[in-house]
Design a protein around this ligand. Structure first.
Ligand code: FAD
Length: 500
């Protein structure tokens, strides 16, 4: 993915794109990949970096959603499990099976959870991972040594999928580019261009150079997550709100918090939420919350009350409870939930809103895809491209992504450096090397220090202090690769400090 070459393609004013996709999260990137592999001329513009919004801030599960089973959303669970199976097959180096335990503190719960999770296996059908089974008390504690032992009867052992969300974004972008899509980060759509009352393109600005572009397109897709309503209002200033953001946070703890490679799912906390504790890149993730009313932003921050909630619940379910000082990093994301017509009846409680996706087509033909889950991005993209092709009067071509392998090069593997110096780790406790920085810049369009620290590597998400410590080294290496000067280096370090 060469950014300059992609920008040069935007300059050609004679090009009319079949699809212009706004937003480079899971939904937009999936849509661009789907469209490009059908042979449509496709461009995607992302105002920040690929995955910089919600799509790098998830729980990192490719799952059917056990909770939705409880809510009776069988269709959503079945579709999600089918997508889980496809991703395990199409991106085996990016998505892997992860064992879970659901602890039972009442004898009845073992049978209740066992029955529910057996139904979950059945819904997965041929694309299932391994069967659910009961574990005795000792076997449960063997898998999760830090689980609270008092009153524990045993557990239910099941499997789901795990991934690195920001890396999958990059894989989608790289694969879309392989199929001739133009995918650009740090380019913001400012306005929609209309002709005869129909949306026929957009104006955009490269936020790194300030250069403006005007693009003509047969169909424009709004895949901007919690920003969907803002983009809808570029089309129609009176467009009603369709998205209700709900914040979820995660705390990142040392791996010793779990003490093993098995994740824990608490299916119902006092307030009806699900709690996950998951091993991830040598650390443990603890999440999540469901907080409505948080202002829309690209970099939302965990609220104190959310941190307290997670620490308090961790203390109930784990023997050695984490304290604030044990938090290596934390991150927040905003779920772009579609506001149901009966939102008031549900008391406005976002935890009760469906995680299914919806498509909206405005009178002027702007196609908005909202809601959904990371797990279902491919299915969402298929529906979106089908609809956009109809709206734009494009020749109907079948979707081909169900069996499409995703490009899975992890940064360093793409480099053939003989020199061991490139394999030096950025931090001894974390899996990233100097080569990952170089690969991120050369092959994965990383443009800023934050692109590398937050999404090409996950240093910012795994350990803030470690990320800060290696920032100087990373930024110098990036400056060499990108041909940048001292002023650029200083600006990058300043931006990093300000984002804290
Ligand atoms: C806490 C939490 C945990 C979750 N866990 C899971 C999970 O484990 N599994 C799962 O399946 N799902 C999970 N989800 C849901 C999943 O993360 C989201 O559904 C998904 O990431 C949404 O992707 P998106 O592309 O729609 O939005 P985003 O990732 O937010 O992408 C939208 C993009 O649009 C860009 N944009 C906005 N305006 C413009 C503009 N004018 N010009 C150009 N670009 C623009 C933004 O910069 C942004 O990058 C979780 C969500 C949260 C919040």
């Amino acid at each position: 993915m060469n950014r300059d070459r992609m920008l040069a393609r935007l300059e050609d004013r004679s090009t009319e794109w079949d699809l212009l996709v706004i937003g480079g999260g899971a939904t937009g990137l999936g849509t661009a990949l789907d469209a490009a592999t059908r042979g449509y001329r496709t461009v995607l513009l992302e105002q920040a970096d690929f995955g910089a919004g919600t799509s790098s801030r998830s729980t990192k599960l490719i799952h059917g959603g056990v909770r939705y089973l409880r809510n009776g959303e069988l269709g959503l669970v079945r579709d999600s499990l089918r997508e889980r199976g496809r991703l395990l097959k199409n991106a085996p180096n990016l998505v892997h099976p992860l064992p879970f335990v659901v602890p039972a503190y009442r004898a009845f719960d073992r049978y209740y959870h066992g029955a529910g999770l057996t139904a979950y296996d059945l819904l997965a059908g041929k694309l299932g991972i391994e069967s659910t089974r009961h574990l005795g008390r000792e076997a449960t504690l063997e898998r999760v040594p830090n689980l609270a032992a008092a009153g524990l009867h045993g557990g239910t052992h099941y499997w789901d999928g795990q991934f690195d969300d920001a890396r999958l974004c990059v894989a989608l972008a790289v694969t879309a580019a392989r199929h001739d899509a133009v995918v650009l980060n740090h380019v913001r759509v400012d306005e929609l261009v209309k002709d005869g009352g129909k949306v026929r393109g957009a104006t955009a600005t490269d936020r790194l150079s300030g250069q403006s572009y005007r693009l003509a397109a047969k169909a424009v897709v709004n895949a901007t997550g919690v920003f969907s309503d803002a983009v809808r209002r570029l089309d129609d200033s009176a467009a009603p709100a369709i998205v209700e953001p709900s914040q979820g946070i995660h705390l990142v703890l040392d791996a010793a918090f779990l003490g093993g490679e098995t994740a824990v799912m608490i299916p119902k906390t006092d307030d009806g939420r699900v709690l996950f504790a998951i091993p991830w890149h040598g650390r443990a993730l603890l999440g999540t919350t469901d907080t409505p009313g948080v202002p829309v932003s690209l970099d939302p921050k965990p609220l104190d009350a959310e941190i307290d909630y997670l620490l308090e619940h961790a203390a109930r379910y784990f023997t050695k409870a984490p304290a604030r000082d044990d938090i290596r990093a934390s991150f927040a994301g905003l779920r772009p939930l579609v506001r149901p017509p009966d939102a008031e009846k549900r008391g406005g409680v976002t935890a009760k809103f469906s995680r299914d996706h919806s498509l909206f087509v405005s009178d002027s033909g702007l196609v908005t895809i909202a809601g959904g889950k990371w797990t279902t991005y491919r299915r969402m993209a298929q529906d979106t491209v089908d609809r956009a092709a109809d709206v734009a009067g494009l020749e109907r071509r079948p979707c081909v992504t169900a069996d499409l392998a995703l490009e899975d090069r992890s940064g360093a593997d793409g480099l053939k450096f003989e020199d061991a110096e490139w394999l030096e780790k950025l931090d001894p406790a974390l899996p990233y090397r100097l080569a990952d920085v170089v690969a991120g810049v050369r092959f994965e369009m990383a443009q800023t220090l934050e692109d590398i620290l937050a999404r090409r590597t996950r240093l910012n998400f795994l350990d803030r202090a470690a990320a800060r410590k290696c920032a100087h080294r990373v930024v110098r290496l990036m400056a060499d690769e990108l041909g940048k000067d001292e002023a650029w280096i200083a600006a990058q370090l300043k931006a990093l400090r300000e984002a804290e």
